[in-house]
Design a protein around this ligand. Structure first.
Ligand SMILES: [Zn+2]
Length: 243
């Protein structure tokens, strides 16, 4: 599998938090190390995965949307650089590697109902960063999933915390806060049994907190629609979006 996307059916890891190469060696309190770790993990991905180039309009769109969300959450952090990458793969995928670095897939943009749902996924990943989920060691009980040279850690409680934080980020940035719930539903509909079970648990956690309802019409900018159209035009076979 060298040079190809390792195990890109990201089921258990469907936009979970730590896709982290060498987290287990970390010092439990030092957040500065997470930046260096994120940079190293991202370097591996850049070398091995087919990413869209920096000038690609789809990549630029995702970077702008992600930066809008990150800055809405923390206007004082306007000088911070948030790096968003887009991998040319049709499985809906998103993850954070730490150090304000994030990867999402073409397939995610094609699959979500609308721009607000895409914003929810990015907000969830940004939330992992804001909540310091990369600053310590992985929880002893967290599941580990290997993708080539990269190891993903999955901790359900951290996922729930990031979902809840994302609901707030969406509201602050003017998106539909109910999109967090809706995008979990969409992903659960196309996941295997164990992954969809985890996604349903996350949905229930949002329901309990009253964050399940969604606006009837999530918004989508012209840039979102152009990005989606460009991805779909590259395909030989059509792919179905969530409804
Ligand atoms: Zn997550």
């Amino acid at each position: 599998m060298e040079g190809t996307l390792p195990g890109l059916v990201l089921t258990a890891g469907l936009f979970s938090g730590g896709f982290i190469g060498d987290l287990l060696g970390g010092n439990g309190t030092d957040c500065r190390q997470s930046d260096a770790r994120g940079a190293r993990t991202m370097q591996t991905i850049v070398e091995e995965w087919p990413l869209r180039y920096a000038a690609d309009p789809v990549r630029r769109y995702v970077r702008d949307l992600g930066t809008t969300l990150a800055q809405a959450a923390d206007p004082s952090g306007a000088g911070l650089e948030w790096r968003f990458f887009v991998v040319r793969n049709l499985e809906p995928t998103a993850f954070a590697v730490g150090g304000r670095r994030f990867v999402i897939s073409d397939g995610l943009i094609a699959y979500v109902r609308n721009e607000s749902d895409l914003a929810a996924v990015l907000a969830h990943e940004i939330a992992h960063e804001r909540l310091g989920h990369f600053c310590g060691d992985a929880q002893p009980g967290s599941a580990r999933v290997h993708y080539g040279s990269i190891v993903q850690h999955f901790d359900l409680e951290m996922e729930k915390a990031a979902d809840l934080e994302a609901v707030g980020l969406l509201a602050m940035a003017g998106f539909d806060p109910g999109s967090m719930y809706q995008v979990l539903r969409c992903l659960a509909e196309r996941s295997d049994a164990s992954s969809s079970n985890q996604l349903y648990q996350r949905m229930r956690a949002l329901e309990v907190l009253g964050s399940g309802a969604s606006a009837p019409n999530g918004r989508s900018s012209a840039e979102f629609q152009a990005s989606r159209r460009s991805i779909l035009e590259d395909l030989d076979t059509p792919i179905r979006s969530c409804r």
